[in-house]
Design a protein around this ligand. Structure first.
Ligand code: ADP
Length: 498
């Protein structure tokens, strides 16, 4: 918008017309005072200012304008009828004008000047805006950089103060900081500590994890440069993200040697204890059978004695299965869990397993859904162990609901899948990943239900060894659905019904 300031309306009229015909927006003021008020309120790209005006003259207006920061850059063209004297022209430029035109005005010349000045004004304004934006951007980057520096410094101080070996790396995996402990285990900052010859190479595992953009977690034995013994460490790396993008990695090696040794001692103890317990228990079982036979006629008549004997047998069986589980654990640990594999019909196995549970749990209703009449190559007794474990858990952890569903079908990949579904206490989703871990029991419910937390771990090992998969879908108060899948043995013809 262009502002024309002149005390004579007829001058304003003709100028305004010329400019408007040429598509300029025009505003007018009839005195210096009015012009100043308008300039304060809005911004103009150019001011055409008459010099001779009653009251405040054009030079005074220009001087005032140059005093406002908002308007000091607006170009001014002075219009003067009489003061063509060099002195006045100089004064005009000195008071902030960029051009000086004497009347009568030559419209083409004025228009050319207006166009040029208007363009310069717009360019200057754009430049100023760009400069402002640039300054803000520089300021923002400076602040962000300072903040980042502070954060990195803070992180480094934390990493220096922890007892673990710690490091940070760029997003591409290049190590950029290591703490003091690192130097006790590695000869150089950029080199990972050397792993025990029988353990995986750390560098390779790290590169692989970086190439896949995933955190690394591994147990590895490394050695203090000043000691002879290797210590088992847990290496864990965590990404640091900004706006969802990994910008850095933080990693630690935690010495878990003591924990490992304690675990080994516990496993050894359990292995010895369960072996020791098994022998007398087998004798007790045998003697009870002998007793049952020796007193079979008496037991027929005495319901009480028969009941006592039955109860004792039930408890002995429970003890027997506990010891068997503990023995399985030590066999898994020592890699001695043996499988007696052959081809068998899966449907028969599933039906038999359900029958076993029905015979010992009269109060429970087991509903079957789907039948898959296929053959499997594996250890029948071990797979039965998995099904029995899922079923006994479903009953145990559903104290108020004695209905269990067993669903059997084929996965899209063609594997057999069994789901044991209960309406019991359920498990919150943050625990699902750990539920198949050794000795894991859900804290909140472990007091209410007896158990050792090893059943599902053994199941998972058995299923893994049969190249199957396993898992759970569950939510608290709504029940659980434990499942496992197992590959079908291909050579047999099959029949599916639902
Ligand atoms: P245990 O039952 O002897 O504790 P498991 O290994 O069989 O050991 O199960 C591990 C844990 O998983 C249990 O302690 C229990 O917290 C939870 N769990 C297993 N099955 C169920 C189920 N059907 N419903 C709810 N929680 C279950």
């Amino acid at each position: 918008m262009i502002l024309i300031v002149d005390d004579k309306p007829e001058n304003i009229f003709s100028l305004k017309r010329i400019l408007e015909i040429n598509n300029f927006e025009v505003d007018t003021a009839l005195s210096g005072e009015e012009a100043l008020k308008k300039i304060l309120k809005r911004s103009y790209s150019l001011i055409i200012l008459d010099v001779q005006m009653p009251g405040m003259d054009g030079f005074e207006v220009a001087e005032n304008i140059s005093g406002y920061s908002k308007s000091k850059d607006i170009p001014i063209i002075f219009l003067s009828a009489v003061n063509t004297d060099k002195r006045f022209i100089t004064k005009g430029y000195a008071s902030g004008g960029v051009d000086y035109i004497t009347k009568p005005v030559e419209p083409e010349i004025l228009l050319l000047k207006v166009k040029t000045l208007h363009r310069i004004y717009e360019q200057t304004r754009d430049l100023n805006e760009a400069q402002l934006a640039l300054r803000a951007e520089i300021e923002f980057r400076k602040e962000a950089q300072t903040e980042l520096k502070e954060r990195v410094q803070e992180l480094r101080s934390i990493l220096e103060s922890i007892p673990q070996i710690a490091f940070t790396a760029k997003s591409n995996g290049v190590i950029e900081f290591v703490n003091q402990h690192w130097l006790n285990y590695s000869t150089a900052q950029e080199k990972f500590p050397v792993a025990h010859p029988d353990d995986p190479n750390i560098e390779e595992k790290w590169k692989d994890a970086i190439s896949r953009n995933v955190p690394l977690e591994m147990e590895v034995r490394i050695k203090n440069l000043y000691e002879d013994e290797y210590h088992c460490h847990l290496l864990r790396t965590t990404p640091i993200k900004e706006a969802g993008v990994i910008v850095k990695w933080v990693g630690t090696f935690t010495d878990i040697e003591d924990q490992k040794k304690a675990e080994m001692r516990k496993d050894e103890f359990l292995s010895i204890a369960s072996h020791e317990l098994k022998t007398p228990l087998t004798s007790i079982k045998a003697y009870m059978q002998l007793l049952e036979r020796a007193f079979s006629s008496e037991l027929k008549t005495s319901k009480v004695s028969a009941n006592y004997l039955q109860r004792a047998q039930f408890q002995v069986d429970k003890l027997h299965s506990l010891i068997a589980d503990l023995l399985d654990i030590s066999k898994i640990e020592s890699g001695k869990l043996k499988f007696n594999e052959k081809v068998f019909n899966f449907e028969n196995l599933l039906a038999n397993s359900i029958d076993i549970i029905r015979q010992t749990n009269h109060e429970v209703t087991i509903i079957r859904k789907g039948t898959v009449d296929k053959f499997v190559y594996g250890d029948e007794i071990r797979i039965e162990q998995v099904i029995l474990n899922y079923l006994t858990n479903a009953i145990k952890y559903s104290p108020d609901n004695k209905e269990v569903i067993v669903e059997n079908s084929l996965t899209p990949e063609g594997d057999i899948i069994v789901r044991v579904i209960d309406s019991g206490i359920g498990i919150s989703s943050d625990k699902h990943a750990q539920i198949f871990n050794k000795y894991y029991r859900v804290d909140e419910t472990s007091n209410r239900f007896q158990g050792l937390g090893i059943g599902l771990y053994i199941c998972s090992e058995i299923i893994k060894r049969h190249h199957g998969s396993f898992g759970v879908d569950s939510s608290p108060g709504k029940g659980s659905s434990f499942y496992f899948s197992i590959p079908v043995h291909n050579t047999e013809t099959t029949l599916i019904t639902s």
